[in-house]
Design a binder for this molecule. Structure first.
Ligand code: NAI
Length: 343
């Protein structure tokens, strides 16, 4: 099998090369993202492998289809960047549903702790031999309420971690899990009752800007927001206003609405044209990492191995457990239909 891997980074080379070792498969690594202008690079390939910021719209799907590409393999869990409807009956779309939910949940807690205990500020200070504690007063998690939006794989692990800190957990999920030992509440209650809010739901039409001006209005003064899911869950301009109004206590963002043209690239020494992210970064209570939550040794290995297995399953069996489809025509096989969660 010949695979065109777009938006590749040095850490992808070793994990994917190890996953295809001795298989006879071939991977062409392209630094560029997949888009209408770059789809032609996949000529002669059976499969295309993409990441979170490759825009796979109808035009791209049609171009890949005309080139004979049979499978689109997402090396990530989220698939909001793919037009599944356009891919239906043309290209199989597979993803990696759970490469390491622990990586993301642990990163969410790492960001929260860093922010509320000012670890990032202390690190910078002591490197300059400044041992003053002024301005480093933190907040404790114990006994506080955390609101979790989305209690899937990552959200539930994050809940377990929070439980370990002695926090009170409330959650909102469109499809609550029975007997999960979680107190489900309405989304408004999440905004009204939470001291900390962490997002772990997918980006859909319904969840786009789920945290915007209206939610901020309802939120507790000083609420700390953690987003390791998808940037557009949060209206970044409304968040900025909430921070300037002193309503938001702190924001920990691993994802950003307009991250596509910014994240994963080195802009040091350059002017970043996006005023919203520039202003967010300038705030003392905003902590940003650039879509790093997944990046662990364990996750990279799982991503590469699952992606290659997904491709082999489709090639050999014509079916893969991790296939995503608008309507695969086989309700027996479609996990989403069975769980009545089809899009
Ligand atoms: P999952 O599919 O196991 O869980 C998602 C949960 O969200 C489900 O329980 C689902 O019922 C719920 N949900 C669906 N629609 C909802 C709505 N309208 N309102 C509230 N809840 C809703 O997914 P998983 O593995 O827990 O991942 C969660 C998200 O984390 C992914 O969608 C992805 O965007 C993000 N992610 C981020 C990574 C990073 O590196 N920052 C890496 C991996 C995933």
């Amino acid at each position: 099998m010949k695979i065109a891997l777009f938006d590749s980074k040095p850490y992808d080379y070793s994990s994917f090369n190890a996953a295809i070792a001795e298989s006879g498969d071939e991977i062409k690594f392209f630094d560029t993202k997949l888009g209408v202008d770059t789809a032609g690079l996949a000529e002669g390939c059976d499969a295309v492998c993409v990441f979170v910021n490759d825009e796979v719209n109808k035009e791209v799907i049609d171009r890949l289809y005309s080139l004979g590409v049979k499978i689109l393999a997402l090396r990530c869990a989220g698939y909001n960047n793919v037009d599944l409807n356009a891919a239906y009956k043309k290209i199989h779309v597979v993803h990696v549903p759970a490469y390491s939910p622990y990586a993301v949940a642990e990163h969410a807690m790492a960001m929260l702790l860093t922010s509320i205990r000012r670890i990032h500020k202390a690190y910078n200070r002591t490197r300059e031999f400044n041992f003053s504690l002024n301005g480093l007063t933190g907040t404790e998690l114990h006994g506080k309420t955390v609101g979790i939006v989305g209690t899937g794989k990552i959200g539930r692990i994050f809940a377990d971690i929070c439980r370990g800190f002695g926090m009170k957990i409330i959650a909102y999920d469109k499809f609550p899990i029975e007997n999960a030992g979680i107190e489900y509440v309405t989304i408004d209650e999440i905004w009204e009752r939470s001291d900390f809010i962490s997002f772990h739901c997918p980006l859909t039409e319904e969840t786009t800007h789920i945290f915007g001006a209206e939610a901020i209005e309802k939120a507790k003064k000083g609420v700390v927001i953690v987003n390791t899911s998808r940037g557009a869950l949060i209206d970044a301009e409304a968040l900025l206003k909430g921070i300037k109004d002193r309503k938001i206590g702190a924001a920990c963002l691993d994802v950003y609405e307009e991250e596509g043209d910014i994240f994963f690239r080195d802009f040091s020494g350059h002017i970043v044209g996006d005023d919203v992210i520039a202003r967010l970064i300038s705030m003392p209570n905003v902590l940003i990492t650039s879509h790093q939550a997944f990046l662990t040794e364990e996750a990279l290995k799982n991503i590469a191995e699952t992606t290659i297995q997904n491709l082999k399953d489709i090639e050999k069996e014509g079916f893969c457990e991790n296939e995503l489809c608008y309507n695969c025509g086989s309700i027996e096989r479609c996990k989403k239909e069975r769980r009545k969660k089809c899009f």
